[in-house]
Design a protein. Structure first.
Length: 372
């Protein structure tokens, strides 16, 4: 059995280091907003290349609070991609605003920057590009559009910590960068957690207040806030792991190139493309393949973990029924939702395992073709 992700292998390597830090937190009695949170906020901002970062409960909260801090809400529109995890769009809904979707570039799975301007209206307030599967969206074009139309940019970096566009890390060019420490992400905690980055001191202070019941001073509340603090145990764990993230991302890249090489003999299997100017960190290794659902089922029967991210695009979700989108609105997205299949990808996967994955994918594809 080769799982799509094996978090235990990482623990076997650095578990001792993590245990030491966690036990120290347990013994300290300081479990919320302690020294690890403070130190991580500095280290994380340094890593991403921003002035500030704030620890939060989740990546979803980071997205939601980013919009709140930018005063985006009722009556406002926010442009994003329909080819992403639901949280990108639910953050818009939670803020009271309306998501407006724009189709993807099928080569990168990211929002097609060339189609954004056609979706801008007088109500548009922001763009949320998602760096899907660990590859940066076209940040130069997106920032240029935002500047010309006076829009804010909130980067969804939940799958892309360490990814770069033109040498600049994701999360450092928009007004905010939103990160998740959900255990399956490239920088995963051992529970839920998230982080937001920014360069503007006012926005930074606003996030500090919003995450802590809407007030900078305890028991004085200026606005409606939430409880969204990164707990001290997660902060301590993430601090240990942050030291390894560049190594792990490099290993993911090497593994991706090995898959590319192994698949190169099979042109009907479309391997992921790394776009110009990007440094992709392969949160997922996602192929496109005919008879995808049948292949997926056969892979599972043959002991290979694989996942479909995401089977239903967001504009066709029941959640967004009242927005009035219909099938055919975003052909590139709809086509790719039928074809994408994410294969086992994590830093510790072995060459032997990758060969088994590739051989099994090819075998399963041939089986489905014969059955058709
Ligand atoms: C994981 C993820 C989120 C949400 O992060 P959580 O920490 O689970 O709330 C948002 N957007 C994308 C693209 C994600 O992959």
């Amino acid at each position: 059995m080769i799982p799509v992700l094996d978090t235990k292998r990482q623990y076997e390597k650095i578990g001792k280091e993590i245990e030491k830090e966690v036990i120290e937190v347990l013994a300290s009695g300081a479990y919320i907003l302690g020294k690890h949170n403070k130190a991580l906020q500095t280290e994380f901002a340094d890593y991403v290349g921003t002035k500030y970062s704030v620890g939060l409960n989740s990546g979803t909260d980071a997205l939601h609070l980013a919009l709140r801090a930018l005063n985006i809400g009722k009556g406002d529109e926010v442009i994003t991609t329909p080819f992403t995890f639901v949280a990108t769009a639910s953050a818009i809904g939670l803020a009271g605003a309306t998501p407006v979707f724009v189709d993807i570039n099928p080569d990168t799975f990211n929002i097609d920057a060339n189609k954004i301007e056609a979706a801008i209206t007088s109500k548009t307030k922001a763009i949320i590009p998602v760096h899907l599967y660990g590859q940066s969206a076209e940040m130069d074009k997106i920032m240029d559009i935002a500047k010309r139309h006076n829009l804010r940019v909130v980067e969804d970096c939940c799958q892309a910590i360490g990814a770069e566009f033109k040498g600049q890390k994701v999360g450092s060019s928009g007004d905010f960068g939103c990160f998740s420490f959900y255990p399956t992400k490239n920088l995963g905690g051992m529970g839920d957690g998230g982080m937001i980055t920014c360069n503007d001191e006012k926005l930074y202070n606003r996030i500090l207040a919003l995450r802590n019941h809407g007030g900078a001073i305890r028991y004085y509340h200026d606005e409606l806030g939430v409880n969204s603090r990164l707990d001290e145990i997660q902060a301590a764990i993430i601090r240990v792991k942050l030291n390894y993230i560049d190594t792990w991302n490099k290993q993911r890249r090497e593994n991706a190139y090995r898959y590319n090489e192994l698949f190169s003999k099979y042109p009907e299997i479309i391997t992921p493309k790394e776009a110009d100017n990007t440094y992709a960190v392969y949160h997922q290794y996602t192929i496109r393949i005919q008879h995808r659902n049948e292949v997926h089922k056969l892979l599972q029967e043959n002991g290979i973990g694989a996942m479909i991210y995401y089977p239903v695009p967001l504009h066709l979700q029941k959640l967004h029924k009242e927005l009035g989108y219909k099938e055919g609105d975003f052909p590139c997205t709809e086509k790719d939702t039928q074809l994408v299949l994410s294969l086992p990808m994590f830093p510790e996967i072995t060459e032997e395992e990758q060969k088994t994955v590739v051989n099994t994918v090819v075998k399963c594809l041939n089986m489905t073709k014969q059955a058709v």
